[in-house]
Design a protein around this ligand. Structure first.
Ligand code: NAD
Length: 294
């Protein structure tokens, strides 16, 4: 069993860390929010008072933070972790961030002989709790093999997308599509309901017809259609509107860099931006339904 430092215990990092504790690993955890640390300590992890303290004795470091600026700050900022971590330590950076940030941090790690991969995830909070996440890895194939036993305790599917940063590129493409399909599903459900259909009946029909998708199968945006979906919990938990907005912004940046056209991604980004500006930034992204419903 390994000594693992886990930093960032939010909606995703919390349950991911819990699965590693359940697998028998020795975890030292840190988050800026004390309540998030307490949940892990109650499950058997050790508390660190800082990220620097957490990595002191670690063989493996895992981070799950909101965005590029948090990841660059953690590893490269003042008292940055790359100057605290021993050579040969394995670092799994699981946040969704800009590919350029992932490459910059990975290069700085490799300069110090630290093994680092980008390993963003898909599968939502349900997948994090169940240990069925999809990991989309960028980096060296040997480092992925070294990481595989840990990834397998948190996920079910592990893909090697390519070199450093490639995991982020693939994740951004996936999430642009997710943002579009959640907005499209919301639009279709609102249209049906405004024309007199029951949202549950319409959802059942779409789920078995050609419009079916991840939202209609697992994450329906209409309250009450799926008991376990964030929509049925007043859009609490899940994947925040502002995190989706961040990912659609990363897609727009990637499109600019590569001179690609992403008209639907840009429309979706504007819809989530309006929704966030109306005070919904912290709600689950499926609350985009309210733009169409109200
Ligand atoms: P979250 O906001 O719930 O959690 C982030 C955690 O990081 C918070 O607890 C915060 O306190 C902590 N944090 C921030 N800066 C820190 C620092 N310097 N040191 C220690 N802790 C720090 O976010 P989340 O929903 O868990 O998402 C995390 C990442 O995973 C994001 O990049 C997101 O885009 C991605 N993601 C989320 C989902 C989802 O369904 N929520 C799915 C796939 C990927």
């Amino acid at each position: 069993m390994s000594r693992i430092a886990f930093i960032g215990l939010g909606h995703m990092g919390g349950p991911m860390a819990l699965n590693l504790v359940k697998a028998g690993h020795e975890l030292t955890v840190f988050d800026l929010v004390p309540a998030a640390i307490k949940t892990l300590v109650d499950a058997g992890a050790s508390e660190a008072r800082s990220a620097q303290e957490a990595v002191g004795n670690a063989e493996v470091v895992i981070s799950m933070l909101p965005a590029s600026k948090h990841v660059e700050g953690l590893y490269l900022g003042e008292a940055g972790l790359l100057d605290q971590i021993a050579a040969n330590t394995l670092v799994l950076e699981c946040s969704t961030i800009a590919p350029e940030s992932a490459r910059k941090v990975a290069q700085a790690a490799h300069d110090r002989k630290i093994r680092m991969i980008d390993a963003p995830v898909s599968g939502g909070t349900g997948g994090a709790v169940a240990g069925t996440l999809t990991f989309i890895v960028g980096g060296d194939a040997d480092d992925l093999e070294a990481a595989r036993p840990y990834l397998e305790k948190m996920g079910k599917n592990i893909f090697h997308a390519g070199d450093a940063g490639a995991g982020q590129v693939a994740k951004i493409c996936n999430n642009m599509l997710l943002g579009i399909l959640m907005a499209g599903t919301s639009e279709a459900l609102a249209l049906g309901v405004k024309n007199g259909l029951d949202p549950k009946v319409l959802s059942d029909i779409i789920a078995k017809s050609s419009g079916r998708n991840w939202a209609t199968e697992l994450y329906n945006p209409w309250p009450g259609v799926m008991e376990h979906a964030p929509a049925s919990k007043d859009y609490a938990g899940g994947f925040g509107v502002d995190l989706m907005l961040k990912d659609l912004g990363l897609a727009a940046e990637s499109a600019l860099n590569a001179r690609a056209s992403v008209p639907l991604g840009e429309l979706a980004r504007n819809l989530y931006s309006m929704h966030s500006a109306q005070g919904n930034g912290a709600r689950d992204f499926s609350s985009i339904l309210n733009l169409f419903k109200n």
